[in-house]
Design a protein around this ligand. Structure first.
Ligand code: IPE
Ligand code: IPE
Ligand code: MG
Length: 262
């Protein structure tokens, strides 16, 4: 997957094409994580019920998954439902769950065709058995795929994930000296995957809302005012070009201190 694969789906002469051509494919983020926010506000601006915002957001998910796979990202993680989102009205929660099931039914073929591995991260025991079974079926069907890893964070909380990992360490009878950052990372839901290099949040909110707290230690953050249902390939391409301008220092000194002043 590379530039030609992205160009195959963007309109010739479009802003999308210009952005795609700016991307350095040798320095792609390995893992992009997205906090998909603003569905409710999108609907409110149109005097529609909140669920219509969630429904419209499915098209954004489709576009983002396809573009990410065509770019050749190794991992894409989409934050679909947080542990805190269980506090929402039951009607909204069940509408979200049925949209998720509909998405899975409609998209499984595309995931298979594009060699995408699907995975769900979060406290899945809190989901209704039917939802869990359908998710599990999609995970199993795509397990042999070797392309992009697509994680959906569902009933997900970063602190809950860290607590779960600590409990697992105790269950395995690990001694304190056996625990280090690498081995702790291997107890998280994202075991074996690179940490996100780029964290995108839509709808302008400057917070991480309990998302991948451990894994985003050194992620570059890009926030857009665009509401999730309006998010398309060009926003992802823009985020990646911005990411590629960043000077990732990891606490060390800059390799280009003059450039970093710009
Ligand atoms: C994001 O949109 C989707 C979920 C959190 C499930 P919101 O539903 O949070 O929309 P806003 O933030 O209220 O606009
Ligand atoms: C974060 O959005 C969770 C998801 C995108 C699933 P929220 O809308 O729940 O976050 P807050 O409440 O604005 O922090
Ligand atoms: Mg929100």
């Amino acid at each position: 997957m590379a530039l030609v694969d992205v160009l195959a789906v963007v309109p010739p002469g479009s802003a999308d094409e210009a952005l795609a051509r700016k991307i350095d494919f040798d320095r792609l983020p390995r893992h992009v994580a997205v906090i998909m926010d603003g569905n409710g506000r999108w609907a409110a601006a149109r005097h529609l019920p909140r669920v219509e915002g969630h429904r419209a957001g499915i098209e954004s998910v489709r576009d983002t998954v396809e573009t990410s796979a065509r770019l050749g990202l190794e991992v894409l993680t989409l934050y679909a439902f947080s542990v805190e989102n269980w506090k929402r009205p039951e009607t909204e929660v069940s509408a979200l769950m049925s949209l998720l099931r509909r998405y899975l039914r409609a998209e499984l073929k595309t995931l298979l065709k594009n060699n995408i591995r699907f995975q769900v991260i979060g406290q899945l025991d809190r989901l209704a058995p039917k939802v869990r079974e359908e998710l599990q079926a999609a995970v199993t069907r795509t397990a042999i795929n070797t392309g992009m890893h697509f994680n959906i964070a569902l009933s997900y909380g970063g602190r809950a994930e860290i607590v779960d990992a600590a409990r697992e360490a105790v269950r395995r009878g690990l001694r304190p000296e056996q625990i280090d950052e690498d081995m702790f990372g291997a107890l998280l839901y994202t075991a074996g995957q690179p940490d996100p290099d780029l964290l995108i949040r839509t709808s302008g909110e400057m917070r991480v809302s309990n998302f991948l707290l451990w894994q985003i230690a050194y992620a570059e953050i890009w926030v857009t005012e665009t509401l999730w249902p309006d998010f398309r390939a060009r926003h992802l391409l823009k985020a990646i070009t911005e990411y590629q301008k960043r000077d990732r220092r990891y606490g060390a000194v800059s390799s280009d201190p003059v450039g970093a002043l710009k």
